[in-house]
Write a protein that binds this ligand. Structure first.
Ligand code: ADP
Length: 501
């Protein structure tokens, strides 16, 4: 690779609501915690991360130094907020993570639970994103790219194209938006425009593409960012359709030239059955027989019948409509009839938790329901299971199936979004198309049949899956392209603006 001169290093600010291992609720956390490392390593980018200082961040595990206190923030609605800023590093790197301490806004324990009566639930993230803009000014660090994730920071490009348009500090700053999940858009009352220092009329354009009487923050981000991507090529195609676009398909089609799909990678050093601290008995392809010992440990831990021969199936997931958990509920009886066992680790909707708690009571020796978020236990389950279920209604990329494959745990997935891009039927997993019980059951039966009756083929599938390479290496090259294209688009925007003066 050609040597990059210090002054030519791209400066990238990640503004994000999650970054593993500090704060994670799902795949977004994995991405924001791993992509910056590879951008810094392979392309010498100077990356900095801004994250809320949630109560749930373990400050003993991730010691941070307070670098600013009582910074007065000019908040959009003409009132001022104060915040303290702490600096830590992404573990194992020299990538700074700035934790913005705004205790009146981020009141909850969970990443996304900061409800205060009488306040719109979106407000903490909107104010956090404003604070991130103010922070880089306070640090006098001019990013070439602000890389925002999902709707939460969606007003940053809007502000840069309105409030800060004539601010020399941000003249050369472009914005890239990554859509991790279009189902979450951040909708709120037009009355809130004032709170953001903007006028209601400035939010109307998005509704030309998606008639609505609310502000749509993700829509604003799509409209105003210099480049937009989503997290797999197949999901990028799906998002242009009515079925998957959640109302934003027309807007995305309008921005099609500046919209692409880049497959997520994972940081394999965190998901390696040879070294993973939560994998009780370490293994790899050459001693794959050892994997079963992890199964026996899991069965014991969860009070399931201990047997090396019964197929142990798992799901590690947020409990939301998206994930197709009703289909799992529909097949549980047939699953146990096949002699299979099922462990689910999940947190989210209480109505879904109830389904699995009930199933655990009904089949105490065959079903275990752990209704919580536990990143360490997740690894133990990936290591000890034979198969992973992901019958998602839609799935932007999906990381669980990628992680499972590295552990030689065969994914059974619906052909949608990134699941279609990453799992090959009969080679690394089992894939079904239609969202219905019979199609799902057919895929499970095929998997269980190979598991019981074609042991060599099962072993071959496991090794195929373990050898798959979804590391960031090829995707980061595409992010470099995305950033350069964003810079080009921003320059064109400024030129067109100058010419129209
Ligand atoms: P999404 O981002 O929609 O939640 P992904 O499959 O992209 O789905 O990423 C899910 C990530 O979160 C994976 O790393 C998975 O292991 C992890 N995960 C999901 N639910 C839990 C849970 N209850 N406990 C621990 N880890 C979980």
């Amino acid at each position: 690779m050609a040597k990059i001169k210090y002054k030519d290093r791209l400066k990238v600010l990640f503004v994000t609501s999650e970054a593993a291992p500090l704060a994670k609720a799902g795949g977004l956390g994995d991405v924001a915690g791993s992509l910056p490392k590879v951008l810094a390593r392979d392309y010498h980018m100077e990356v900095r991360i801004v994250l809320p200082k949630y109560k749930s961040i373990n400050m003993e595990k991730f010691p941070a130094e307070q670098i600013m206190n009582d910074i007065k923030l000019k908040m959009p609605n003409n009132h001022s907020e104060k915040m303290d800023v702490y600096k830590t590093y992404l573990p194992g790197t020299i990538i700074p993570v700035y934790l913005l301490d705004m205790p009146e806004l981020f009141v909850g324990e969970d990443v996304y639970d900061h409800n205060v009566q009488g306040r719109d639930t979106h407000i903490p993230f909107v104010y956090f994103s404003k604070a991130a803009i103010e922070l880089v000014k306070a640090m006098d660090w001019k990013p070439d790219i602000i890389h925002i994730q999902d709707w939460m920071m969606g007003l940053i490009p809007k502000w840069l194209k309105t409030t800060y348009l004539d601010n020399a500090f941000f003249k050369d700053t472009s914005v890239v938006l990554t859509v991790h999940n279009i189902a979450y858009q951040g909708k709120l009352d037009y009355k809130s425009a004032k709170l953001f220092g903007l006028k209601k009329s400035q939010f109307k354009r998005v509704s030309k593409f998606n008639p609505s009487d609310e502000i749509n923050i993700l829509g604003e981000a799509i409209l105003n960012s210099d480049m937009i991507n989503t997290v797999s090529p197949n999901y990028a195609r799906e998002l242009l359709t009515k079925k998957y676009g959640f109302g934003l398909q027309k807007l995305l089609r309008f921005k099609k030239k500046n919209f692409t799909g880049i497959l997520n990678g994972i940081d394999y050093s965190n998901f390696d059955p040879r070294t993973n601290p939560d994998t009780p008995v370490k293994y790899w392809i050459e001693n794959l027989d050892k994997k079963v010992e992890n199964k026996l440990i899991l069965q014991k831990k969860f009070g399931l019948t201990q047997s090396p021969d019964l197929p142990l199936i798992c799901a590690i997931t947020r409990l939301t409509h998206q994930k197709g958990l009703d289909l799992i509920d529909d097949v549980l009886k047939e699953l146990t009839d096949m002699g299979a066992q099922f462990i689910i680790l999940g947190s989210g909707a209480e109505s879904i938790e109830k389904i699995f708690i009930k199933a655990e009571k009904e089949y105490p020796k065959a079903v275990a329901a752990e209704m919580r978020f536990d990143a360490d236990l997740a690894q133990t389950i990936y290591a000890g299971s034979d198969m992973l279920l992901m019958p998602s209604r839609f799935e932007p990329c999906g990381l669980s199936q990628i992680i499972a494959m590295r552990f030689g745990t065969i994914p059974i997935v619906r052909h949608t979004g990134g699941l279609a891009d990453t799992v090959t039927d009969g080679t690394t997993g089992f894939v079904f198309r239609h969202y219905d019980k019979n199609a799902f059951l057919w895929a499970i039966r095929r998997a269980v049949d190979v598991y019981y009756n074609q042991k060599d083929h099962w072993r071959k599938m496991q090794t195929n899956a373990m050898k798959e390479d979804f590391s960031w290496t090829s995707s980061t090259k595409k992010y470099l392209w995305l950033y350069k294209k964003a810079i080009q688009n921003h320059k064109q925007f400024l030129k067109a603006r100058d010419e129209s003066k």
